[in-house]
Design a protein around this ligand. Structure first.
Ligand code: NAD
Length: 279
């Protein structure tokens, strides 16, 4: 039986990676999708952002499931753009039940005192303020509909275990946990559940096309490649895989979005091979 049949989900960062996996999985389980992505290069991120072609591929993949998607270009730093996207989606699909605030970036790793203010501002604006903007765009419509719902905010293991040289990312993702837990208290009386997904390393372009990340994990090499970084990724993981797939995260998101999790709220679900639980 479809686990989110007839629901509508708003997903940020939908053009590729985890956002795309969430959209395709929820659609395969019966949901229509409202999706946004910035589709612009980000000067603070040392790897490419998604392209319009990647967003087209997400649209095609959702439509192959037989469900509908309204996908538009919008930046999570722009609250008005998100409000417009949500309004257009509700006009098209008639309701809103699920929010997945997934868009995020990571910048070049540096000791905290050397982080350029531009990088700090960019990560906080996208990963933390962007999540709050997504909530501000979605929650009023969910409250007005009165159907309850499920909100899933994407944090990271980095929001709980603060690896060195990633202060902006760690702070933004710890902030997402604080926002999620606050919101869970605020929205429980309205039957809107709020949970936080804390992925471990996931094999998306944030990781696989990020030379700066390879340098962070292989400081012993001048120009490390993905292949050089893989043994370090694997060694960090109690279950030994270098990374998980976006679809592994979508499994958890579907669980949290569905009635299987109907009394789960205010929780952080780490899907990370046990890495944040290490002694
Ligand atoms: N990949 C990992 O190892 C990992 C681990 C833990 C948490 N995360 C988090 O998971 C989420 C998804 O990342 P991913 O792994 O799919 O990486 P990704 O880079 O493939 O996907 C991120 C998507 O967000 C979009 N985006 C970036 N800035 C945006 C903005 N300002 N407005 C709208 N869209 C924007 C990008 O264009 C891209 O499509 C992020 O929040 C990330 O921080 C990733």
């Amino acid at each position: 039986m479809a686990r989110v049949a007839g629901k509508v989900a708003f997903i940020t960062g939908v053009a590729r990676g985890q956002g795309r996996a969430h959209a395709v999985r929820l659609a395969a389980e019966g949901a229509d999708i409202i999706g946004v992505d910035s589709l612009e290069p980000d000067a603070s991120a040392p790897y490419p952002m998604a392209t319009p072609e990647q967003l087209d591929d997400t649209v095609a993949a959702v439509e192959r499931t037989g469900r509908r998607i309204l996908a538009t270009k919008a930046d999570v730093r722009d609250r008005d753009a998100l409000l417009d996207a949500v309004k257009s989606g509700i006009d098209r699909f008639g309701r809103l039940d699920i929010l997945i605030a997934n868009a995020g970036i990571v910048t070049t790793g540096r000791p905290t005192w050397e982080v350029p203010q531009q990088d700090w501002d960019a990560v906080i604006a996208t990963n933390l303020t962007g999540v709050v903007n997504s909530v501000a765009a979605a929650v009023p419509a969910m409250l007005q509909a009165g159907n309850g719902g499920s909100i899933i905010l994407t944090s990271s293991g980095a929001g709980m275990r603060h690896v060195g040289n990633l202060a902006p990312y760690n702070a933004s993702k710890a902030g997402v946990i604080a926002v999620g837990k606050t919101l869970a208290n605020e929205l429980a009386p309205h039957a809107i559940r709020v949970n936080v997904l804390a992925p471990g390393t996931v094999g998306t372009e944030m990781v696989t096309k990020n030379d700066e990340l390879f340098r962070l994990f292989r400081p012993d090499l001048e120009s490390p490649t993905l292949e050089d970084a893989i043994p370090v990724f694997s060694a960090m993981m109690p279950m030994g895989r270098p990374w998980l797939d976006a679809e592994d995260m979508a499994d958890a998101v579907l669980f949290l979005a569905s009635d299987d999790a109907k009394y789960i709220t205010g929780q952080v679900l780490a899907v990370d091979q046990g890495v944040t639980n290490r002694p």
